[in-house]
Design a protein around this ligand. Structure first.
Ligand SMILES: NC(=O)c1ccc[n+]([C@@H]2O[C@H](COP(=O)([O-])OP(=O)(O)OC[C@H]3O[C@@H](n4cnc5c(N)ncnc54)[C@H](OP(=O)(O)O)[C@@H]3O)[C@@H](O)[C@H]2O)c1
Length: 207
């Protein structure tokens, strides 16, 4: 995380892929301290202005990191000569599913029009027998993965399920022929903090 390494990474990614531009580039995690985070952000803003990257954003930032970035965007605007010159957080990516709803972060994003990408939307397959999920699987005649991906879509997120299994890839795409009812969505409103990956959102600002 620094201005130099983020600038270099954009160019390295273009070279590696052979693409003319990258659709979306995210800062993976907030570790490194304020100066490093701000510098990396500035590098993404410049890359976007040069047309190397279309959209920019962050991943695994907690609300404190997001607030810090929002303040830095205002500073950068002043430094670089006006509105928009500090960049805009187009997309944020977090582990989000019913067992990790991240209401504070989602609320922050919704108020500012930041698109939320939800990683581990099917909880790495670990909740398929959960008593909260089983009645919904039965009611809709869909699999647990399909119910969870549908939940994510209906919350307004962009779910990012991953599978190396062709039949599961097809299964995970079969989510547009049913809808969860309001009471189903309510049943999946859990007050649980259970990450299945890592959780850098809780890192201190100087970490
Ligand atoms: N920004 C970050 O820090 C971060 C962190 C973690 C993940 N991610 C990204 O988020 C994406 C998804 O995350 P993830 O792979 O950790 O979690 P996930 O999508 O919730 O779960 C993937 C796991 O579930 C299995 N699976 C897939 N479809 C299934 C189905 N229909 N039924 C049962 N099991 C199924 C997969 O097995 P098979 O592959 O064997 O089918 C794999 O083991 C990845 O592309 C990853 O790059 C980002």
């Amino acid at each position: 995380m620094s201005y130099d390494s983020a600038s270099a990474q954009v160019d390295a990614s273009l070279k590696l892929t052979g693409l003319d531009y990258i659709d979306l580039m995210l800062l993976h995690a907030p570790y490194g301290g304020s100066e490093a985070r701000n510098g990396a952000w500035k590098a993404l803003v410049e890359a976007q202005e040069k047309g190397k990257v279309r959209s920019i954003g962050v991943s695994n930032y907690g609300v404190a990191h997001l607030d810090e970035l929002e303040a830095y965007i205002k500073t950068l605007e002043k430094e670089r000569g006006g509105e928009g010159k500090g960049g805009k957080i187009d997309v944020g990516q977090w582990e989000v599913h019913p067992w990790l709803p991240r209401r504070d972060i989602v609320d922050w994003c919704e108020k500012r029009g930041v698109v939320v990408e939800a990683y581990c939307p099917i909880v790495r397959g670990k909740k398929m027998d959960d008593p909260v999920l089983l009645p919904l699987i039965k009611k809709h005649g869909k699999t647990g993965a399909q119910v969870l991906i549908r939940w994510s879509l209906q919350k307004g997120f962009v779910p990012l399920p991953k599978s190396e299994t062709p039949s599961r890839i097809v299964e995970n795409a079969g989510v547009y022929d049913f809808e969860l009812d309001p009471e189903d969505m309510k049943a999946l409103e859990l007050d649980i903090y259970e990450p299945c990956a890592w959780d850098p959102t809780v890192a201190a600002l100087d970490q």
